[in-house]
Design a protein. Structure first.
Length: 571
């Protein structure tokens, strides 16, 4: 009997091994070309990533058709982490994963010895539990993978929708999709997965969404209409619409809706202009902004361009926004044109400049002299700032990508990269003959403020009542420190992160940033969240956002000069 059991067990084991062999196999066609075949009995194909490697080009085939393409830094020597490919309904038949590695593989050895062949696997789940000590507590981050520009932000029926540039196949820039998150309070975000994926026109670059209340496009009253850049051989503008409040989108059959012969032609921002009864679209074209109008969101007429000779032109203009704002303490309203630029920022790399003036639905006229440059945030880590469409109460709430193109791909996290800034409300104020944008922490942030504590923690808010010049220093027991200085005579605020922690990943990271404070400062608000410091004049007359990567949290605050600091825990 015992002998029969052993024979049966051996037969079962042999059958299992044969099934496994039939279920997956790898063929090596050349020194840089391989095919991995498997029967996808699980939802996810987990790809092993090694960040130091170059991208391999991957096509997933089923029934002799290409169903998905992507680029991924497949592991050659070791696996840094995994990324999932959602196979969805592809479990019915075998699939072929066709992989082309960079042609020169001499430095890494034979293709058959790459680590990825032992590590690639199928799974019914993918673990997104946080494994990063620098992941912020109260800032929006992607569940995994790379994130840059916020896209398509709108408010509808009590919910804020945030889309974002997302690479679900690695934590460095590539494979641009629109990821999607939702929130009811701008603080707590729910992951909604992929909203818009690449297609035959290209990958999905930045853009915007509008709520079409009056059904001007014919997709239905209250439909959400998205505009984005299709990044193919050339950059063109496409449209998609949603009839389920932004959960899923149908791409417009008439795409692209706008084309140009300009190489850098992207980032459409669309808004309803009640003064003209039409839609306006503004986008970046090289080093200028182009303005269009439409009655139905489908057919666009060119109106004018703005930018030649105005502001900073040390980099490419990107991610515009255009809105009408109240000027504090007056009955005046003026138009704000946001222009993100990379490089050319006040401290190097990417940043957000802006212009104030008039707009009649066709042409924007800047009120300042052409050589005048104004920055929305003077830190190193504030870029691609845009606002929510349809925000309640006529508010203009902005979010920015909290990183810098000088080092965004190298910051010391791997499960994910990049966060968004805290939400900020925008308005205008006048000072000494100029009009500036006011950047005030959104009122929702007050809900985070917990009890007073004696020491700073890895996530807290610090308020400082300012009576004159002062210096504040955040430090830890490792001797790492970040200093902030307000000079009342010069009316400037500065932040120095040169000794703030890990900075070895980029020569551009250690920096001191300096901002003007128009009219002086009475209170300073500082938001600390594990890897970021965002400082604001409480009246909105100065904003500065900088990343930091201390080896352990700052647990000491030193104040020198005329000011009193209070530290609040985060609820």
């Amino acid at each position: 009997m015992e002998t029969n059991k052993r024979i049966i067990m051996a037969m079962l084991l042999t059958m299992a091994l044969n099934v496994t062999a039939m279920a997956q196999s790898t063929s090596f066609l050349s020194e840089h070309h391989a095919m991995y075949k498997t029967v996808p009995a699980e939802r996810f194909l987990l790809l092993p990533v090694e960040e130091e490697e170059e991208n391999a080009h991957i096509r997933i085939l089923q029934d002799n058709e290409v169903v998905k393409t992507l680029n991924c830094r497949l592991a050659v020597d070791k696996t840094d982490y995994y990324v999932p490919v959602d196979l969805g309904d592809m479990t019915r038949n075998p699939i072929v994963v066709d992989i082309i590695f960079p042609a020169n593989r001499r430095a890494t050895g034979a293709i058959k010895n790459f680590a990825c062949w032992k590590e690639i696997k199928l799974s019914g789940t993918f673990d997104t539990a946080n494994r990063e000590r620098f992941r912020p507590l109260y800032h929006h981050t992607p569940p995994y993978g790379w994130m840059n520009d916020p896209n398509g932000m709108f408010y509808k029926d009590g919910v804020y929708h945030l889309y974002y540039q997302w690479n679900p196949y690695g934590s460095q820039w590539e494979n641009m999709h629109w990821g999607h998150s939702t929130s009811r309070d701008l603080l707590n975000w729910n992951d909604e997965g992929t909203a818009i994926a690449p297609d035959a026109l290209g990958t999905i670059f930045s853009g915007s969404c509008v709520v079409d209340r009056n059904n001007t496009a014919g997709f239905g009253e209250g439909a959400v209409v998205a505009f984005y850049t299709s990044a193919g051989e050339n950059q063109t503008q496409s449209m998609a619409y949603s009839t389920d409040d932004g959960k899923t989108f149908t791409k417009y059959a008439g795409n692209p809706v706008l084309v140009s012969d300009v190489p850098d032609f992207r980032d459409p921002k669309v808004f309803w202009n009640p003064e003209t009864g039409k839609w306006n679209l503004i986008l970046a074209a090289g080093q200028e902004m182009r303005i269009y109008s439409s009655a139905n969101l489908k057919e666009w007429a060119y109106e004018s361009s703005f930018g030649q000779g105005y502001g900073n032109h040390d980099g490419v203009w990107e991610c515009p926004d255009l809105m009408k704002l109240q000027v504090r303490g007056t009955d005046k309203q003026k138009w704000l044109l946001i222009c993100n630029i990379n490089p050319g920022g006040p401290s190097g790399g990417s940043a957000t400049q802006y212009f104030v003036g008039k707009f009649d639905g066709r042409r924007f006229i800047c009120e300042s002299k052409p050589e005048t440059t104004k920055w929305m945030d003077y830190g190193k880590d504030h870029y691609a700032a845009v606002t929510f469409d349809n925000a309640p109460g006529g508010r203009h709430v902005a979010l920015a990508w909290m990183s810098n193109w000088q080092y965004a791909n190298q910051v010391p996290t791997k499960q994910y990269r990049s966060a968004n800034s805290v939400p900020r409300d925008l308005d205008l104020f006048e000072h000494e003959g100029e009009t500036y944008v006011g950047v005030t922490p959104s009122v929702e942030l007050l809900a985070l403020r917990g009890e007073e504590v004696k020491r700073p923690t890895d996530a807290c808010e610090i308020t400082v009542d300012v009576k004159g010049s002062l210096q504040l220093t955040l430090s830890n027991d490792k001797g790492e420190r970040l200093s902030m200085t307000y000079d009342a005579a010069k009316r400037t605020f500065a932040m120095d992160r040169a000794g703030s922690g890990d900075a070895a990943f980029s020569e551009a990271f250690p920096a001191a940033t300096v901002a003007p404070v128009h009219g002086g400062m009475k209170q300073l608000r500082i938001f600390v969240d594990r890897c970021s410091i965002e400082a604001f004049d409480a009246d909105g007359k100065m904003a500065m956002s900088n990343l930091v990567f201390p080896s352990e949290p700052y647990n000491k605050l030193t104040v020198k000069g005329k000011g009193k600091a209070t530290v609040y825990a985060i609820r």
